[in-house]
Each structure stands twice: as structure tokens, then as C-alpha cells.
Ligand binder design. Sequence first.
Ligand code: PHE
Length: 335
Amino acid sequence: MHQQAETLRTEALALIAAATDSASLEAARVKYLGKSGAITALSEGMRNVAKEDRPAIGKLLNDLRAAVTGALEESQQRLLEAADAAAVSTLDLSLPGTFPASGTLHPLTQLMDRAVQCFRRMGFAIADGPDIETEWHCFDALNTPPDHPARNEQDTFYLPDGRLLRSHTSSVQIRVMETTPPPVRIIAPGAAYRRDEVDATHLAQFTQMEGLYVAENVTLADLKGTLEFFFRELFGSGTDIQFRPHFFPFTEPSYEIDIRAAALGGEWMELAGCGMVDPAVFEAVCKQRGDRVYDPDKVSGFAFGFGLERLAMNLSRIPDIRMLVENDLRFLNQF
Ligand code: PHE
């Protein structure tokens, strides 16, 4: 049996060492260790071995098994390594790689970031509200009567359930006062929606930046000072700013702001709406909150709102508003 085992070991190891692929390796395994393999057959001969010889023969067979199994594993590893080496042998590691194309910030995002930075320096926090709004937040609480043209289905997108796509970010004023007692000083950049015919100067979705400051003794001087500082920070100290009396249901008095700056092409442009928060808005908020922290006899405030697209267009000399949403890389790469 010794002799047989020794012969099998030599044969098996030679066959395994000569294997050049995993199929011949598997064939070698089956030949020696398979169900009817040679080593398996030899082990079955144990039955006929004299009792006193069994331990020695058992060890002999175990060693043989271990040697062949080890050789199989080693060869398997060797074949894998050879396959890996073959796979990379045709790679030229000295060739330059392919670089991922890196983008730039959208001109609207760049303007938004600058505006946000400026207001943050003045202590304004960023606030947010849903794009899908209730009529109450978008209109009623903002003192906008049911027959106001903005509430018309021709001007505003209504959902079947009666909610709407907010037609301005002023709804965030209400959202903030509903949940936060004064003083509040927030800006709210975000999308607004109107049923406008899309053309070179109109989109049905555009971007607004809302502002609200409510505390004790906030005055029109605070409103003017804040917005003048902001526009001169953004467009240069030589920027001309004009507050033109106007009407908004939710502010009283109300103004439109026109500015003229070299950076914006040097022409007057109508830019923003603003005013002192109307007492009726504070009353609506008080009623909703169930307390009097926004009592118009105790607090006052200003609000403003402006669109970002037209500003970005003037700043970057963009002739058509649709270019801002087409995602054409030839356009976007320029910023
Ligand atoms: N919501 C107004 C608009 O969309 C702008 C505005 C905001 C005016 C705040 C006054 C106060 O035109």
C-alpha cells in the first residue's frame, strides 16, 4: 500500500503541475479525488488492512489527500495569476487617461449664490416653502381678494384638488410667520410658476428671491437701506436705485424698484417689488397661529421679491431666457 500511495502521489503531482487550464485541473481532481478516483479507491482498501496497521495507513492516506488537495489549490492560484497577467499585458499604462468632463455653475446659480451670501452677511437666514401651495398661503393670507386677476385660472396653474403652483415666493412669508415668532429675517429663493406664453422673455417656471424682516420698529428706512446696500454690493457702488410707488395687496406702502448699473447694460430696469407688510397680513397670521405675537400694533416689517432670470440675463448678456433651461453645453460652457 505504501508503494501504491507513493506512485499515486508522484503521478498526481506531475499531472497537476502540468495542467495549463482549469479544465485539465478539474480532470486531475476527478481522476484522483473524485467518487471513483484512484485515491478514493485506495482509501476503500482500508477495510482489508489489519487492525494494527490501520493508524499508520490512515495517516499515509490522509497525507496523500492533503498533498494532492494542496497541489490542486496552488495550481488553481497559479492559473488565475497567469490569466490576470495575460489580461493586463496588452494595457499601455503610459497612455494618458480619459478625464471626466467637469461642469461649471449655471449663471442663475452663480447669481443666486452671490445674492444669498450678501443677505447672509446682513443676518438673513434662508427659508423654504412648498412649490405646491394652498390658495390660502399664496393669496388669502396675503390679503389678495378672490377676484384678484392673479387668482384667475388663466394666470395661475391650479391642481384638480384646488391647490396651485405658487405664483410667487411670497407664500413663504406666511409659512415662516406661521411657525416662527418674531423677530424673523429671512430670504427665500425658489421657483414660481405662471401661465405665461413661453417666449424670449417669459418662462412658465422662473426663479424668485423673497425677503421678509419683521421685528419691533422696522421702518421704511430699513427697507430702503437694506435693498440699496444689496443692489450696490451686487452690481457696483455706482448703481442708481429708484423706489417707485406701486400697489401690492400684501404691502402698504408698496414700491417697485428700478435700478441702473453699468454691469446690467446701463439701462433702467424694473426689478423688484417691495413694501411694508400690510397689517391685514399680520392679522391673518395671528388668526392662524391663535396668538398675538404678530400684532400689527407691536411689530412691523418689510418684504421684497424679485426675479433672478432677467438679472442673470442682463449680467451675462443672455439674449433669450429659454437659453437658461435648454441645457445646451455650448451655451453653459461659457460661464
Ligand atoms: N410677490 C411680488 C411679485 O411676485 C413681489 C413682492 C414681494 C412685492 C414682496 C412686495 C413684497 O411680483
